[in-house]
Design a protein around this ligand. Structure first.
Ligand SMILES: Nc1nc2c(ncn2[C@@H]2O[C@H](COP(=O)(O)OP(=O)(O)OP(=O)(O)O)[C@@H](O)[C@H]2O)c(=O)[nH]1
Ligand SMILES: O=C([O-])CC(=O)C(=O)O
Ligand SMILES: [Mn+2]
Length: 607
């Protein structure tokens, strides 16, 4: 089968990619995605017919679907994720590496005939704006209809993207696009029945940074399979950003407006399942303050001609953690998904054709768990996988900031780093300067979560919340951050802060109520930027005294607030050898100024 017979494009590079992959994987059919509503209906109908999707009750969640994955395919697989740079050194000490040619030989064997009996979907997409000065195109080839439907929610995709590529090509512009190949790795022999969630025990999630290509095999799960997201917009884009002088980061973007009408833009990097989506859609509990959302997971940031750091969200949807999401914690996410047009994976299915998960209000008397078991509120197992997800269009978010559609993005005033720490890290503190902020990012630590396969609750260093997503040597990445600070006017760059919503008391309860109350922290942050709020200088940075936070109506004792803000010198001293060990991993690739920062911290803590 050749692609040209039905190919809706004359773009030779794309035709070659499609033909080459078709020859290797031998699909029964090739479907060029248009992105139309009719196509969505056709694909979701087919997914319902094969049992991958269950249509939800249209009176409750219109045009929405439930899916349950194979229990072996529920999260990102970091041990199966590779950065196959030509030079091993470029992958650095934090990534898995294999020689690109060796990896390709190995994967070609896996891909050989892997789409037999299936449809191969060709998805032209763009991360970021189609009107960007240099649009960030991609073409994902996949044999998964689930991935195709999800990509339509998460990325701008379809014929209009192809047209723009052809147009720029015809105008003689250097049109850059990332070829992204995905297969679930389960061919169907004649007569063989399909399963609801095809996948393979063998999984490879591979980035080839030098040629800016992605090969993924064996998994249908979000971050492993929707290749525009983590694989392109973070791993590949971070390499492009290194080469071109910008930043591709694992950050939400929000717009904060004060009661006086003063607007600030905040970006925040927290590791997976540590609160980005919730903060991005926050409903402030302090009167008169307003939050609008620009993005909940990824920010691409460039220094503009005005010297400020401008950010865009390259995505088109939210791929949010379901458990814990409810009318109290995230009413805006609830409103967004209730409008429909969404896909829910690995949550529970209720008898009236709705979905439910742990933490949602009104548990149903009975439901079907994500594993297909009969579940009741008395069951001793979870109804939903801890990493179950909703996938919903960003345009349905009532508090989406209008600037979302502006290809220039928004100028960032503050960057927050944060993680999930039971101890040690106070609710909020401010970095001394950009380099110190880079040190805070580079030493960010957090307890692992269910968003990746592996143990949960283990403290690890997760630099800039990018540990699984830096597409090159993390030592070079730190140096890139330092350089952004050095090459630009520090006064115009965002101020850097560090937050921890997850500190606990002796009983193991969260000290800080979090969610909407985090607006109190945002208020202190913007008041610091404007030079209005008080701070105490401590060995780790500038911490608010309790009275500098707006606590009007906050349901917390003075002792609790003090405990949330406390800097315990002994706890911090215990961090020093851990940071030292972390830095030693990088050898000479670690920027010397980060050692200087560590020495400074040690000295301030009293040696
Ligand atoms: N205690 C507490 N929990 C929070 C807070 N914000 C978020 N969470 C919980 O943390 C979990 C993950 O939150 P998300 O906002 O989905 O995390 P994320 O960073 O967007 O995760 P990814 O989509 O995996 O990148 C959910 O169970 C939330 O309920 C908070 O302020 N306090
Ligand atoms: O990428 C994914 O699969 C989900 C996600 O947002 C993360 O893990 O950070
Ligand atoms: Mn999220």
């Amino acid at each position: 089968m050749t692609a040209e017979t039905q190919a809706p494009t004359t773009h030779q590079g794309i035709l070659d990619f499609v033909n080459e992959v078709a020859a290797m994987t031998q699909p029964d059919r090739i479907h060029w995605c248009t992105g139309s509503d009719e196509e969505w209906t056709e694909i979701t109908d087919a997914l319902v017919a094969t049992g991958t999707f269950t249509r939800l009750n249209p009176a409750i969640k219109p045009n929405s679907f439930y899916a349950a994955s194979d229990p072996i395919d529920v999260a990102r697989v970091e041990d199966r994720t590779y950065i196959c740079s030509v030079d091993k050194r470029d992958a650095g000490p934090t990534n898995n590496w294999m020689d690109p040619n060796e990896m390709k030989d190995l994967m070609r064997k896996l891909y050989a005939g892997c789409m037999r009996g299936r449809t191969m979907y060709v998805i032209p997409f763009v991360m970021g704006h189609l009107e960007a000065e240099k649009p960030m195109f991609g073409v994902e080839i996949t044999d998964s209809a689930y991935v195709t439907a999800s990509m339509r929610v998460m990325a701008r995709m379809g014929t209009h993207v192809l047209r723009r590529m052809e147009e720029l090509d015809a105008a003689g512009q250097d049109v850059h696009w990332v070829p992204a190949l995905h297969s679930v790795g389960m061919p169907l022999e004649p007569g063989q029945a399909d399963v609801a969630w095809p996948c393979n025990d063998t999984k490879y999630i591979v980035q080839f940074p030098d040629e800016r290509a992605i090969w993924s095999f064996g998994s249908g799960y979000g971050g492993n399979a929707l290749l525009g997201k983590k694989c392109y917009a973070l791993r590949i884009a971070s390499v492009m950003a290194r080469d071109e002088g910008w930043l591709a980061e694992h950050m939400l973007i929000l717009k904060l407006t004060s009661p006086q009408g003063v607007t600030k833009y905040v970006a925040a990097a927290f590791p997976s399942a540590c609160g980005k989506t919730n903060l991005a859609m926050l409903e402030p509990t302090i009167p008169g303050w307003k939050v609008e959302t620009l993005g909940d997971d990824i920010a691409w940031m460039r220094v503009g001609e005005d010297g400020r750091l401008w950010a865009v969200n390259p995505e088109y949807g939210f791929f949010g953690v379901a458990p814990g999401t409810n009318e109290h914690t995230n009413p805006n996410a609830m409103k967004t998904i209730n409008k429909g047009n969404s896909v829910f994976t690995n949550v529970a299915l209720t008898e009236d054709g709705d979905i439910w998960w742990e933490g949602l209000e009104n548990p149903p008397a009975k439901a079907t768990s994500w594993k297909g078991e009969a579940w009741t509120p008395e069951s001793d197992f979870l109804s939903s996988h801890p990493n179950s997800r909703y996938c919903t269009p960003i345009k349905q978010c009532d508090i989406l900031a209008p600037e979302y559609d502006d290809p220039r993005g928004v100028p960032i005033d503050a960057i927050l780093f944060g993680g999930r720490r039971k101890t040690t890290v106070p609710l909020v503190f401010e970095a001394r300067d950009w380099t110190h902020g880079t040190f805070l990012g580079a030493t960010l630590s957090s307890e692992t979560t269910a968003a990746a396969v592996g143990a949960v609750g283990v403290v690890r260093r997760d630099p800039m919340a990018m540990l699984p997503f830096i597409g090159y040597n993390a030592g070079d990445y730190f140096n890139h951050w330092i350089t952004v600070g050095k090459d630009n006017d520090a006064a115009k760059l965002p101020k850097i802060f560090y937050v921890n919503w997850f500190r606990r008391d002796d009983k193991g309860d969260f000290l800080w109520p979090g969610f909407g109350e985090n607006s109190r922290v945002l208020k202190w942050v913007v008041e610091r930027i404007d030079g209005q709020a008080a701070a105490v200088e401590t060995p780790i940075g500038h911490v608010p005294p309790p009275e500098a936070l707006d606590t009007d109506g906050l349901d917390m004792t003075a002792e609790q607030l003090e405990a949330a803000l406390a800097v315990d010198v002994e706890e911090w001293k215990a961090e020093i050898p851990q940071i030292q060990e972390w830095f030693e991993k990088f050898g000479d690739d670690l920027p010397a100024v980060l050692w200087t920062e560590l020495d400074g911290l040690r000295a301030r803590l009293g040696g």
